[in-house]
Design a protein around this ligand. Structure first.
Ligand code: FAD
Length: 298
C-alpha cells in the first residue's frame, strides 16, 4: 500500500481506494489504489515531480476503451477534470484540453466553421484517449488531424510531441509510458457550419444503426487484422451472442462485448479470450486486443 504520508501534497483531489467501475463504460472492475484529479497543470506537474519514481501512474479518460481488472489498478490513476476540458479555435486550428470530449471538440469546430473533426463527434472519449489510441472512425483518425500535443511526462516535465513523435499506426501510438496528454492541437480546414453539422448527423446515424451505443461496453474489442474485419471473423466463428456469466458478445455488432448486468471484469476478459480462441480455430487469425486491459486480476 502506498501510504498517504508518502504522497506529495496536492491542491486537487486525491482519493484512496477509489472505485473505477463507475468511471468506465463497462461499469465493472476494481479500485484505483489512488485516484488523483489535479486542480490544474502546476498541480499535476508538482505531484509527478514529488512522487516516488517507482509508483506507476495511469491516465484515465472516459474509460470507453478499457477493462479495469477486478484486482484494481496499483499506483495512481490520473483523471483530468474541467480545467483540462476547454476547446478553442484559432482560424482552422483547434486547441483542445486533454480532458475535452469528442462531442465538445466537434461542436466547437462546427461553430467556428472548422471541418475535418466531424468523426470525433461519434467516438466516446477524451482528447487524451484519442491521442493515445489514435482514435478514428468513418475514414478519419487522429493521426490525420493532429499537429502536436502537450504531455506531462512521468517526471513531471512538460514537453511538446509532434504527430511524427507519436509514431502512429492503427489504434496505436508510441506515447511514452506514464505520460499524460494535457492538450492537443488539431488542424482542420474551412467549412460551412451547416455542412459540418450534416456530416456529424450522418456519422451519428450510421453509428446508431450499427453499434450498441447505450450499453455497458468498451467499443471495438479487437483490432481489424490486415485484410480482415474483426467483427466478421468473430461472427464466422459462431460467437454472436456468446455469453460467459454476465458478459456477452453483442448481437448487434460482434466486435463489441457487453456487460449485460453484473459481469465481472474477469468474465468480460475471459469472454474476449474465448472469442480469440474460437476465431483462431476457425480462421487461423490471431485477433489482437484493441481494448486496454489494465490492473491486476483478483
Ligand atoms: C460505444 C463505443 C464506440 C466506440 N467507437 C470507437 C470508434 O469508432 N473509433 C475508435 O477509435 N474508438 C472507439 N471507441 C473506443 C474509445 O472511445 C476510444 O479508444 C477513445 O479514444 C478512448 O478515449 P478515453 O478518453 O475514454 O480513453 P480511456 O478508455 O479512458 O483510455 C484508453 C487509453 O488511453 C489512455 N489515456 C486516456 N486519457 C489519457 C491522457 N489524458 N493522457 C494519456 N493517456 C490517456 C489510457 O491510459 C488508456 O491507455 C468506442 C468506444 C465505445 C464505448
Amino acid at each position: 500500500m502506498i501510504e498517504a504520508a508518502s504522497l506529495p501534497s496536492v491542491r486537487g483531489k486525491l482519493t484512496p481506494n477509489a472505485p473505477l467501475a463507475p468511471l468506465v463504460w463497462f461499469k465493472a472492475g476494481g479500485h484505483a489504489q489512488w485516484l488523483f484529479e489535479p486542480k490544474d497543470m502546476a498541480d499535476l506537474q508538482d505531484f509527478l515531480r514529488g512522487l516516488d519514481a517507482a509508483v506507476p501512474i495511469m491516465a484515465l479518460g472516459l474509460g470507453s476503451n478499457m477493462i479495469v481488472r477486478d484486482g484494481g489498478v496499483p499506483g495512481v490513476v490520473i483523471r483530468l477534470g474541467k480545467t483540462f476540458a476547454k476547446v478553442t479555435a484559432d482560424d482552422v486550428t483547434l486547441i483542445c484540453g486533454g480532458g475535452a470530449s469528442g462531442i465538445l471538440v466537434s461542436s466547437i469546430a462546427r461553430d467556428a466553421g472548422v471541418a475535418g473533426a466531424e468523426f470525433l463527434r461519434s467516438i466516446p472519449g477524451t482528447v487524451g484517449g484519442f491521442v493515445r489510441m489514435n482514435g478514428g472512425a468513418y475514414g478519419g483518425e487522429v493521426a490525420d488531424i493532429l499537429i502536436d500535443c502537450e504531455v506531462v511526462l512521468r517526471s513531471g516535465e512538460l514537453v511538446t510531441l509532434t504527430v511524427a513523435d507519436l509514431g502512429y499506426t492503427y489504434r496505436h501510438s508510441e506515447l511514452p509510458e506514464g505520460a499524460v496528454v494535457v492538450s492537443a492541437r488539431f488542424k482542420g480546414r474551412p467549412g460551412e457550419p451547416a455542412a459540418i453539422q450534416a456530416e456529424m448527423d450522418r456519422i451519428s446515424a450510421a453509428r446508431e444503426a450499427s453499434q450498441p451505443l447505450r450499453s455497458k461496453t468498451g467499443g471495438s474489442t479487437f483490432k481489424n487484422p490486415d485484410g480482415h474485419k474483426a467483427w466478421q471473423l468473430v461472427d464466422e466463428a459462431g460467437c454472436r451472442g456468446l455469453q460467459i456469466g454476465g458478459a456477452q458478445v453483442s448481437e448487434k455488432h460482434t466486435n463489441f462485448l457487453l456487460n449485460t448486468g453484473d459481469a465481472t471484469a474477469a468474465q468480460i476478459e475471459d469472454l474476449g479470450e474465448e472469442v480469440r480462441r474460437r476465431v483462431k480455430d476457425r480462421s487461423g487469425v490471431d485477433l489482437e486486443w484493441e481494448i486496454q486491459r489494465v490492473g491486476l486480476k483478483s
